[in-house]
Design a protein around this ligand. Structure first.
Ligand code: NAD
Ligand code: ZN
Length: 375
């Protein structure tokens, strides 16, 4: 491509500081270096983790940055040493890498790759490929999909089939893979089991879909926003509970309705009280509760008897999927109808409307908004 090896000037939404609207800017995107890939971003979802960094992060560390980690695009050029990707390949950036070399990648029990820019705001070398107004701009989660172009290490990019619709499969870069995998991988939901999913945003709805595909017989959908229950039905929820509608803890309600508690519960809110409730809602002896919701500012607590009685409390990052291996398969699962994606999309906007999309995410009306970045 004519742009290979050159700096690309393009549009991006820059988060200059916490708690402020993103600014549309022209940024410079440097060519990819050893092992890196420059990607033309076609579409991206907006996820609550983007909002979390913008509004609830602990300090000004991690700014200025370009947010966005649920994108899909096309390879524009590759750096030296990249052999598995070529210009024109369709790809999904991964906030969780899979280097294939570290002890975690080599272990089938986990997806916690040790070797990448996981949770760092910059490329792994460690510099950023973005500048704006003469200043380096960080790359949030190593992905930065709120930009027309981004540069990512090849260990954090998944190559997908050529006919995949990028404005939908982008959702597999975070929320949907996360919730779905939390049910099928981390919880290990079994056929005929009784499940409860707390929080029915995109992540929770995907967890419901995972419970359903794993053969659960009952799936309790728990949310304080009852408007979402109709949607949850589409993904396979069978029973619906609003904790605010009861004058006793919802764990007690669930325990009574299920003769002692559910086999599997998944917390998809990011609230430590709900995490505790989800654990308490499990049946003693074998109940498994999975933390999916994100918070790093609060500790959680629970009575030790909850675990002594034989329950298991687990957490799940990116649904336990080894990212590079699994995302291409999930794309195929969507193409063959095994998993739904279209039903999560409630809004579509342009990159310029990103602040509207962020505001919309704060209301209960939006499950996922797709930003069309470029054609
Ligand atoms: P979301 O805000 O769209 O959905 C949260 C849902 O929880 C909403 O429907 C809300 O009404 C409901 N809710 C709020 N308080 C509740 C309560 N007390 N009881 C029951 N329901 C309640 O969020 P999302 O995009 O679906 O993400 C969910 C969480 O998952 C976030 O914390 C996000 O940061 C996290 N996340 C984790 C990972 C991971 O790898 N572990 C990846 C992506 C996102
Ligand atoms: Zn996300």
């Amino acid at each position: 491509m004519a742009t290979a090896g050159k700096v690309i000037k393009c549009r991006a939404a820059v988060a200059w500081e916490p708690n402020a609207p993103l600014m549309m800017e022209e940024i410079e995107v440097a060519p990819p270096q050893e092992g890196e890939i420059r990607i033309k971003v076609v579409a991206t979802g907006v996820c609550h983790t983007d909002l979390y960094h913008l509004f609830e992060g602990k300090d000004k560390r991690g700014f200025p940055t370009v947010l966005g980690h649920e994108g899909a695009g096309v390879v524009e050029s590759v750096g030296p040493g990249v052999t598995d990707f070529k210009p024109g390949d369709k790809v999904i950036p991964l906030f969780l890498s899979q280097c294939g070399e570290c002890k975690f990648c080599k272990c089938p029990k986990t997806n916690m790759c040790d070797c990448s820019c996981n949770y760092h705001d910059i490329m792994s070398d460690p510099t950023t490929r973005f500048t704006c107004r003469g200043q380096p701009i960080l790359q949030f989660m190593g992905t930065s999909t709120f930009s027309e172009y981004t540069v990512i290490n090849q260990i954090a990019v998944a190559k997908i089939v050529d006919d995949a619709p990028l404005d939908r499969v982008c959702l597999l870069g975070c929320g949907i893979a996360t919730g779905y995998g939390a049910a099928v991988n981390t919880a290990g939901v079994t056929p005929g089991s009784v499940c409860a999913v707390f929080g029915l945003g995109a992540v929770g709805l995907a967890a419901v879909m995972g419970c359903k595909n794993a053969g659960a017989s009952h799936i309790f959908a728990v949310d304080i926003n009852e408007q979402i229950f109709e949607k949850a039905k589409i993904f396979g929820a069978t029973d619906f509970l609003n904790p605010k509608a009861y004058n006793k803890p919802i764990s007690e309600v669930l325990s009574e309705m299920t003769s002692g508690g559910v086999d599997f519960s998944l917390e998809c809110v990011g609230n430590t009280e709900v995490m505790r409730t989800a654990l308490e809602s499990c049946i003693k002896g074998w109940g498994v509760s999975v933390l999916v919701g994100w918070t790093d500012v609060k500790d959680f607590s629970a009575k030790p008897i909850q675990l002594i009685s034989g329950k298991t409390w687990k957490g799940s990052l990116f649904g336990g999927f080894k990212s590079k291996d699994s995302v291409p398969n999930l794309v195929c699962d969507y193409m063959t109808g095994k998993i739904k994606l279209d039903e999560f999309i409630t809004h579509k906007m342009s990159l310029e409307q990103v602040n509207d999309a962020i505001n919309l995410m704060k209301t209960g009306d939006c499950i996922r908004c797709i930003l069309n970045i470029s054609k």
